[in-house]
Each structure stands twice: as structure tokens, then as C-alpha cells.
Ligand binder design. Structure first.
Ligand SMILES: Cc1cc2nc3c(=O)[nH]c(=O)nc-3n(C[C@H](O)[C@H](O)[C@H](O)COP(=O)(O)OP(=O)(O)OC[C@H]3O[C@@H](n4cnc5c(N)ncnc54)[C@H](O)[C@@H]3O)c2cc1C
Length: 419
């Protein structure tokens, strides 16, 4: 039974984690809505808030899952550790507009993401070094003396603080520098990519390989963006705040496709013609009953483990770039700064092909020419409905970081508010 919750959430839920208030309304009059938003992730929530607040529109948000937040959703697990249910999410952006907008709904904890690769050291043990591969990685991989010498050589050739791609290194006439490119390709890139995308080495796009950087720096941060952090109380409270507006009604546990009809350029909601804008952030192929065939995706299996120890690993994320069947292990306490003695939760991430089976979530669009062409057919269908706006990682068949999709949502709202 869908749970319908109106936007009357009281402040205690953001501050103390008490139960969200649900309010159920039978026989709701759909004619009282001016805009429909499908999906309560960043695409849907940002658009809904702006249309409601700045446009005075009465907005209905339909969300298939039993919670808001889309893939950024987080919640405490049984051990009381705040986990990211759909994979680790680290906020980072260079967009002041996005940062300022989201900051209306959350405070931020300072957090700078650092990632290490964990690989066999060739002597029966393991070693860890920063990725992107940098001057520190060089010294760990080749030993302090040799690593320093190679680092100086690279700096002399390319300059300090520069990001140099593998391709550029390979083109260097100095055989030592070219060999270094091969080392990074083998130990940081190729096996990881094969696990992530299920590819054989020969299937890996050389253009992608070419972009793998070596960072001639001691800066170990994974991102160099101006604004970085974690929402102080988590992503879910951020979304609850954003959707908490008298003009917004959120219905969770509701599949919009059971309520929407699209035919001959006309959109119907619960059988009635709906003339307001429809912002759809679900899968484009599913919206049109897969009529041209399904769009291919990669999905992920997450293996959560709760351990009776303070911490498991040195960093929020450790990548397994050479061996192990998983791509990475995340330790949530390291990301969120949560302090809890004697217990921690980790998550192993396994990538596999998406088959569309029940319960599988399409996570990553597989971008290539054939798939883009297939997507274009669905987009052309969508364009036959003037009120329909495809927005988001699924609806647009793209990979977006959170800030990028938040920006697109702000920009779509700009256009809709002009009308
Ligand atoms: C493993 C992983 C890690 C990531 N880490 C980061 C990170 O560290 N930093 C970062 O910036 N970004 C990260 N991202 C990207 C981030 O998840 C996306 O940018 C963001 O989720 C996109 O928001 P969205 O609203 O487009 O999609 P979603 O968050 O997927 O929201 C779409 C919503 O629509 C709902 N929906 C779909 N169909 C229907 C329907 N028929 N009816 C009702 N509801 C429907 C879905 O249930 C979903 O809740 C990561 C992504 C993944 C997969």
C-alpha cells in the first residue's frame, strides 16, 4: 500500500532521528496539482522545491521506493552506523550555485575524500598507496629513493602539481617514463576497469585509458573541488528538508508508471489529462514500455558487514585495483565522521551486468555509440509530449555526479519558472 506523506515533517526528524510523520489521504483530487515529479532523488527533489517555493506550484512527487533521496539515501543500520544504502556518496562541487542552494537544507561536515589502492606487494604482503597515483604512490611502489628520483624526473619533464595522462607518459622518449605509464595502467587501472565494466583488456577504450592521470603532487585528495563535505546529519534529512514545503506532496512506495498514461502527445495522471509539467527522473526505456529494447546498464551488489572493532581500514574508500572480486571497500564511519566505539560497518562493492531482474537497480549507463543511438529513440518519443521533461541519470541515460544533476535541476526549474 503506498504511503502518502505530506510535507508536514516537523523539525525533530532532522535533529533527533525520530520517525517521519506519514499522513495518508484517500481519494486525493489530482486536479489540484500543477506539476508532477517522478522520483525523489536530486533531480526530482530540487525541481519540486523550486516549482513549489518560487513558482507557487502545487507539486506532487511520486517515488517508487519507500524513502526519498534516490541513490543518495542514507540511514542507520542495525548497529546504529549511518550507512549509504546505494553506495558511498561524497559531495564535491565547483558550483557555488549548487553549494549555496543545497546549503539551505543542510549544514556540512568538513570532509576531503582520499582513496588508496590496496595491491599485492609482490613479497607475499600488501601495500597501499594514494589514487590518483601521485608522488607518494611512486615512492611506495618503487621505494623511497627510486621513487623520489623518478618523481623528480617527471617534475622536470612536466612541472609540479601537473596531472599527466598515461598517454602523454607513454609518448615520452625516456623509456623509464614510458615504463611508469605501463606500471600505473597495470596496477591501478586495467583490472579495476575490467571488474567495474565487465570488460576484457582489448575491449577497453584506448581513449579512456589515455585519460588516466598521474598527479605530480603530494595532494592526496581524490577531488580538488572548491566545495567538499558531507551533509551534517546525512543525505536523507537534507532531502526531507528540501521536500518539506506546504506546496509539496510526496507519495513514497508509489510506481508512477501505474498512474501515468502517455498517448498521442497527451499525458494522463490517474486517467485524467494532466496539463502541468511532468519532470520524470526514472528510466527512459521503462517509461515507453521498452518498445525499442532495454538500455544496457551495470548494476552493483553491496556486501555489508558489521564488525566488532573501532575501525577496519585507514581510509573511507580502499580500491582493490589488482585482485579480489570486489572493486572497493567503504567504511562508513570514515566518511561520515560518526564516532561509535567497538563497532564499524564496511561495504564491499561487486559490479555486474544489469539483467532487469526484480530487485536489481540500474546504476551505471554504459555509454557507447549503439546505446546512445538507442537512447535517442526514447528521447524522440519523449519529445512528442511537450509537457514531459526527462531529467536525471536514468531519464537521460548519463552518469551525473550529485552536483551536476542538482545543477541541471536548478536550470530546468529556471526555464519552467520563466514560462
Ligand atoms: C555507487 C554510486 C556511487 C556514487 N557516488 C557518488 C559520489 O560520491 N558523489 C557524487 O556526486 N555522485 C555519486 N554518485 C552519483 C549519484 O548517485 C547521482 O548523481 C544521483 O543519484 C542522481 O540523482 P537522480 O535524481 O538523477 O537519480 P536517483 O538518485 O536514482 O533518483 C531517481 C529516483 O526515481 C525513482 N523512480 C524511478 N522510476 C520511478 C517510477 N516509475 N515511479 C516513481 N519513482 C521512480 C527511483 O526510485 C529513484 O529514487 C554515485 C552513484 C553510484 C551508483
Amino acid at each position: 500500500m503506498p504511503a502518502l506523506w505530506l510535507a508536514f515533517l516537523n523539525d525533530t526528524i532532522y535533529n533527533g532521528g525520530t520517525e517521519t510523520q506519514f499522513e495518508k489521504q484517500e481519494g486525493m483530487d489530482m486536479a489540484r496539482f500543477d506539476a508532477l515529479v517522478v522520483g525523489a532523488g536530486f533531480a526530482g527533489a530540487v525541481t519540486a522545491r523550486r516549482l513549489a517555493e518560487e513558482g507557487g506550484k502545487r507539486v506532487l512527487v511520486l517515488e517508487r521506493r519507500d524513502h526519498v533521496g534516490g541513490n543518495a539515501y542514507d540511514c542507520p543500520d542495525n548497529a546504529g552506523i549511518l550507512i549509504h544504502q546505494y553506495g558511498p556518496h561524497i559531495f564535491h562541487t565547483n558550483s557555488k550555485r549548487v553549494f549555496d542552494y543545497l546549503s539551505r537544507f543542510t549544514q556540512w561536515l568538513p570532509y576531503q575524500h582520499k582513496v588508496v589502492a590496496n595491491i599485492p606487494d609482490g613479497k607475499g604482503g600488501r601495500m597501499q598507496y594514494p589514487v590518483p597515483f601521485n608522488l607518494t604512490s611512486l615512492e611506495t611502489a618503487f621505494g623511497p629513493g627510486e621513487g623520489k628520483r623518478l618523481g623528480e624526473k617527471l617534475i622536470a619533464a612536466y612541472g609540479e602539481e601537473k596531472k599527466v595522462t598515461i598517454l602523454e607518459l607513454r609518448q615520452n622518449p625516456d623509456p623509464e617514463i614510458a615504463a611508469l605509464a605501463d606500471y600505473v595502467y597495470e596496477h591501478v587501472f586495467v583490472h579495476y576497469t575490467m571488474k567495474q565494466w565487465g570488460q576484457k583488456p582489448e575491449e577497453i577504450d584506448p581513449n579512456t585509458t589515455a585519460r588516466v592521470p598521474v598527479f605530480l603532487s603530494r595532494d592526496e585528495r581524490y577531488f580538488q573541488d572548491t566545495y567538499q563535505g558531507m551533509p551534517e546529519k546525512g543525505y536523507t534529512p537534507l532531502f526531507e528538508h528540501m521536500l518539506d514545503h506546504p506546496n509539496i506532496t510526496v507519495e513514497t512506495g508509489c510506481d508512477a508508471l501505474e498512474r501515468l498514461g502517455l498517448k498521442d502527445g497527451v499525458i494522463r495522471l490517474d486517467g485524467e489529462v494532466f496539463e502541468g509539467p511532468v519532470i520524470y527522473s526514472g528510466q527512459a526505456d521503462e517509461l515507453f514500455a521498452f518498445q525499442f529494447g532495454p538500455l544496457p546498464y551495470r548494476t552493483l551488489d553491496f556486501g555489508f558487514e558489521t564488525l566488532a572493532q573501532d575501525y577496519f581500514q585507514s581510509h573511507g574508500t580502499v580500491n582493490y585495483t589488482v585482485d579480489e572480486p570486489y572493486t572497493r571497500i567503504t567504511e562508513f564511519k570514515r566518511l561520515t565522521g560518526q564516532e561509535k566505539a567497538g563497532v564499524t560497518t564496511i561495504m564491499k562493492e561487486y559490479s555486474k551486468a544489469y539483467t532487469g531482474d526484480n530487485g536489481e537497480i540500474p546504476y551505471y549507463a554504459i555509454i557507447n555509440e549503439a546505446n546512445n543511438a538507442l537512447y535517442a529513440k526514447y528521447k524522440a518519443e519523449a519529445d512528442k509530449f511537450p509537457g514531459l521533461h526527462l531529467l536525471g541519470r536514468l531519464a537521460e541515460y548519463k552518469y551525473y555526479n550529485m552536483d551536476a544533476i542538482a545543477l541541471r535541476a536548478l536550470e530546468l526549474a529556471d526555464r519552467l519558472l520563466e514560462k
